[in-house]
Structure formats: C-alpha cells, structure tokens
Ligand binder design. Sequence first.
Ligand code: PEP
Ligand code: MN
Length: 259
Amino acid sequence: MANKIKIDDELVINDGEFTIIAGPCAVESEKQMESIGSFLSKMEVKIIRGGAFKPRTSPKSFQGLGIDGLKILKDIKDFYGFKVVSEIMDPRDIEKAYDYIDICQIGSRNMQNYSLLKEAGRIGKPILLKRGMSATLDEWMKASEYIKMEGNENIILCERGIRTFENYTRNTLDLMSVPIMKSKTNYPVIVDPSHGTGRRELILPATRAALVLGANGVIIEVHPQPDKALSDGAQSLNFEEFEVLLKEIRKLKGQMLIN
Ligand code: PEP
Ligand code: MN
C-alpha cells in the first residue's frame, strides 16, 4: 500500500496530506495524559504518541511505566478516539502490547535489532521505523526489508536526525532523507523535529521544512509543563507553543495548495 497507512479502515497517513502526531516523550501519569489528551483532541490531532518503554542513555533515568503506561494510553485512546503510537524495545513485549497500541514504534537505538524487526513484521499493525542515529539511508532501507520480509508492508519511515560532529543541536536533522526515501521506497516518510534538533525553538522551522520537502507528517513532543517532564523537556513544546505551530503549519499548507 504505497504511501498510505490505514488503521481500522481509516486512512491516517495519505499522500498529499500532512499528518501531525503529537504527545509526550513518556507517559508519566494518568493526570498528565488526560491533560494532553484533552488538549490534542481540541486541536484535532488524530494520533497521539507516548513512550511506555523508554530507551534511556542512563539506566538511572526514568525508564517508563511499561505495560501500565500502555494501559493509560489505551484509556485515553478509547475516551477521545485517538490512534496510539508507542515504542516497543523488546520482542517479547510486542504481543503484550498488541491490544493497547495502533502503531508500533521501533526506536533509533533498535533500528538494527533484527529479532525485534522480524517480530514487528509479524504483528499485523503499522510499524513506525525510526532511522538509527548512525545509520546510512541504505542501512535504514535494509532494516525496513526485515519487517517486510515477515509480511508487514505497513511501514512508516521516520527521520529523527543523525550523529555528526555538530553539537549545537542534539542531532543533525538530515532532511534530504525525505525526498530520497520517498523516491526509493513506497513508504510514507515522516520527520521527528523534537529528537532531530533537541531544542524547542527549532521545532517550527524544522516542521515547515519537512512539509515543504514533501514529508507525510511529523511527530512532535508536547508536554503540559516541559520543564517538569521526566524526559526530553528541552525539546518538548508546551500547549501554547504547539497551538502556534499547528496554526503556522496549517497556514503554510494552505498557501502550498493555492500556488
Ligand atoms: C522517542 O520517540 O521518544 C525516542 C526515544 O526517539 P528516538 O528513538 O528517535 O531517539
Ligand atoms: Mn523523547
């Protein structure tokens, strides 16, 4: 199914449209998710993100709420009618997560975890495959083949930046991968400006660039109080900032349609 992703007969990613996925880096509590869910529903965002299994650099950092986090996401999904995307790190959790999530995210650190890719190929749910932080485009493409070879072609590629010598930004957002991966694969390509830059002031310019380059959407971290977030606060937008971003992007999209 080229460049389109359907969930329960609903097209959630389609060529010519720009899908905005938003939510916190991590599911932290029911209260936090209720606040974000109610806000994003008002903003007419259809897909919510939230990590329950968090791949953290330090084992001492918050690791996520695990299955309890997925249960919170599911409650929010059922109440507001969102589709849900969440990262799975361990092949053994894929089956357990089945009833709670709509899109299974494979994170940057796991792009070359071949057992996980194969297991993801068997679940019959769309897979959001992030680019490895040191992966070439060819390696990323081959990682997607592991999923496809198990029978799952519902793959969304996500550019999230790569490691370079530049350290002003958290990663270097390699936006040229958008037109390249769109021409070399049949999969939709989205951009993660949050992890791609690590700085909230760069989320809007990066999102504009992604739209103009033909990306199928973006995935953005949003938190009611970014300074109190248990992970990735510096790259999370608060509600006001996210609302401004939505307005700006919808305006730019409108201008692109007119010209
Ligand atoms: C995330 O989306 O929260 C995440 C950890 O992203 P990445 O795998 O791109 O670092
Ligand atoms: Mn994050």
